[in-house]
Design a protein around this ligand. Sequence first.
Ligand SMILES: [Zn+2]
Length: 183
Amino acid sequence: MKVINHGTHWDTRAVKRLCLAVAKHELLTPAEIARKRVHLKWRRIAGRGLLGKAWFNSDVITLYLERDTLDPVLYAKVIAHEYAHNQGVNHRRMAESYEWKEGWRETWGWAAIHTVPRKARKDVPILSRSDIVAKKLTHAQGLLENWEKKERAAARHARNWRVRVKYYTRKLEAAMKGETDGN
Ligand SMILES: [Zn+2]
């Protein structure tokens, strides 16, 4: 199973745990569970519109989430409903447990333990002005060191080739002199 979070602030792993729990509850096979793709998107308008969407005879579902709360009991039912669509079940054939009939909250109440928190905020360390400058200095020192190494290597190469150029210049002069003398 892959849960793809399209920018919602809900914790992806926690949603995945809920989706997995529902998959087990619905007796999906391990192969079916492995193939599942769950997309997490924002519900366009709070309190209105679709909570989920699924393609018939596929492994793909989309959950539409709201910003304020993510009720695992409600979404357990939504997820099961979408899984059923994946298996080719239409609304007419869907068992009552998937519909919003009285008592649905009791039916899916077991999912309440799968609470979904918001994504953990990444702890960005607060750097002081001198920390920032020190970091830039270290970076600059590293680059300077590299270029100085290259500079020394370049000087070494230039020295070697200068020697060669001198050597062949003399050699050519000697050769030309020899040819002149020979005639
Ligand atoms: Zn439906």
